[in-house]
Design a protein around this ligand. Structure first.
Ligand SMILES: Nc1ncnc2c1ncn2[C@@H]1O[C@H](COP(=O)(O)OP(=O)(O)O)[C@@H](O)[C@H]1O
Ligand SMILES: [Mg+2]
Length: 477
């Protein structure tokens, strides 16, 4: 890395973002380190302004068995870059199996029947619409390309090679600021044959097989060469073969899914939310039922949905779960189902060692508070921006949040409201160096965010948090 050049400050920031990207990507896309390692440098290049012009920022072909995270990778990337997994321009190639369907992507030439009513699907506007304030890189996904009619390949050639697509009306769409992903299940049946002998009858007993990776890669490449021209293959920057998921990866995915379900309950039910407790043996039970060589983590998702989400939804709909209660999920006596038991919220212990999220871009203050609170056995998660805070909260649920008003990407009150959406009972305290604008003061009042004027004593903060975590204080509010 060169240093000392103008703008090195923002470069530094970009490096942070990229490091963060690696961490978040590999946490959310489990067990596919090669994918993270190959994709992140391209984003880094783009953020550093060093991506080549006249072609997309990166073109990736993702191969491998079903349900191993190919599509998920693209969604997670969009979520990290833009804040939502929906910020992807996605073309489901299965919908373009006929030539006339492919034509819909680019629209009919003027004068042709249907020219007016058929808006092309791939317009500059649509490409720009998936960017965000945070980032101007469009994430583009052509999912399951092997299903599309051959003319799709010709259309793709132009995009991959010159970063342009000519529409029916002769205008062009520019893919310079796009990262393009192609996914394909090509060769996955053959890969299955390679993988399956290792499974036997015991679910998920995928043995270590060092040669498997290269075997799968060879199968994938052979089927790609059979289906696509060398010309096409040459325009792809990286071909990544996804690995079948082993037990450890599936266990991590299950944990992620349960956390996700809890977050969903919190945001959807707001003050009526409840806590889901899934002990280890229940998790093993779910894993055992959800492991399939053929469908990867998809089978696990189905099992979670059927055994956990749906019964919970029924309990909620029929009013059997008290707001604020805990729902414990155990294996039923018949071992065929799960049993749900609810306990009153009061039993939930007040955390003796609370985990506190502090968001401030003043590193010195952060370090100081960190040391001080650590001495009292409190756990601290620190973030320097609202975006970073949001990501950390996804990984570690805090018991309280202490937010500086002036953050680089939004103000602390806005962040407080966002966090409350995810964790409705989260105590939020705002720190500020000066008086808040009146409208924000009103918001703080309404939502019971105490405002601490700087400078303050660290013990003040700790007392504030302690008070907020007491049930009496909650009942009063
Ligand atoms: N490596 C993975 N890490 C995390 N979740 C995964 C992974 N693989 C699959 N999943 C889960 O399974 C679902 C299906 O995976 P997907 O990415 O659509 O599979 P495919 O590889 O067939 O595109 C995802 O939505 C996700 O919930
Ligand atoms: Mg897919």
């Amino acid at each position: 890395m060169k240093s000392g050049q103008p703008g090195s400050k923002s470069k530094k920031h970009n490096t942070d973002v990229a490091e963060d990207l690696t961490a978040v990507l590999s946490q959310k896309v489990v067990g596919q380190p090669a994918a993270t390692k190959l994709i992140v440098p391209y984003i880094r290049m783009f953020q550093a302004g060093l991506a080549p012009e006249g072609r997309p920022v990166g073109v990736f072909l993702l191969l491998g068995p079903t349900g191993t995270g190919k599509t998920k990778t693209v969604e997670v990337l969009a979520e990290i870059l833009h804040g939502s997994e929906k910020n992807v321009l996605k073309v489901d190639c299965g919908e373009f199996q006929m030539e006339h369907e492919v034509a819909k992507l680019i629209g009919a030439p003027p004068g042709y029947l249907g020219h007016r009513e058929t808006q092309p699907m791939l317009t500059q506007q649509k490409l720009n619409a998936v960017t965000s304030e945070k980032c101007n890189l469009s994430v583009v996904l052509f999912d399951e390309i092997e299903k599309a009619a051959p003319s799709m390949t010709r259309l793709l050639l132009g995009i991959l090679d010159r970063a342009t697509l000519r529409l029916g009306d002769n205008s062009t769409v520019n893919f310079d600021k796009s990262i393009v992903f192609l996914t394909s299940n090509l060769g996955s049946r053959e890969m299955m044959r390679e993988i399956t002998p290792d499974f036997g009858f015991q679910a998920g007993a995928l043995k270590e097989r060092p040669d498997l990776t290269s075997k799968l890669q060879a199968i994938a490449m052979a089927s790609v060469r059979k289906r696509f021209s060398p010309e096409f293959v040459n325009r792809i920057d990286c071909i990544i073969t996804y690995q079948p998921l082993d037990n450890e990866a599936l266990a991590a995915i299950l944990d992620n899914q349960i956390n996700e379900l809890q977050r969903h309950v919190n945001t959807r039910l707001g003050p009526r939310c409840f806590t889901i407790e899934v002990p280890m043996d229940t998790r093993h039970w779910l894993l055992q039922r959800g492991t399939s060589a053929e469908y990867g983590a998809r089978e696990l998702n189905r099992t979670i949905h059927r055994q956990l989400t749906q019964p919970l939804a029924t309990l909620v709909a029929t009013g059997q779960i008290e707001p604020g209660s805990r729902v414990r999920v155990d294996i039923a006596e018949d071992k065929e189902n799960l049993a749900f038991r609810t306990a009153e919220g009061e039993e939930a212990p007040i955390p003796a060692n609370p985990r506190v999220l502090i968001v401030d871009d003043n590193r010195d203050l952060l370090h100081f508070l960190e040391r001080l609170m650590a001495e009292s056995g409190w756990e601290l998660i620190t973030a320097e921006s609202a975006g970073e805070a949001q990501r950390m909260v996804g990984q570690n649920r805090p018991d309280a949040a202490l937010l500086d008003y002036l953050l680089p990407d939004r103000n602390g009150v806005e962040l407080g409201l966002e966090l409350r959406q995810r964790l409705p009972s989260l105590p939020v305290i705002i720190m500020t160096g000066s008086v808040l604008p009146p409208e924000d003061e009103v918001v703080c009042d309404q939502h019971d965010f105490p405002v601490l004027r700087k400078p303050f004593l660290a013990t003040d903060i700790m007392n504030q948090i302690r008070n907020r975590l007491m049930p009496a204080a909650k009942a009063g509010g």
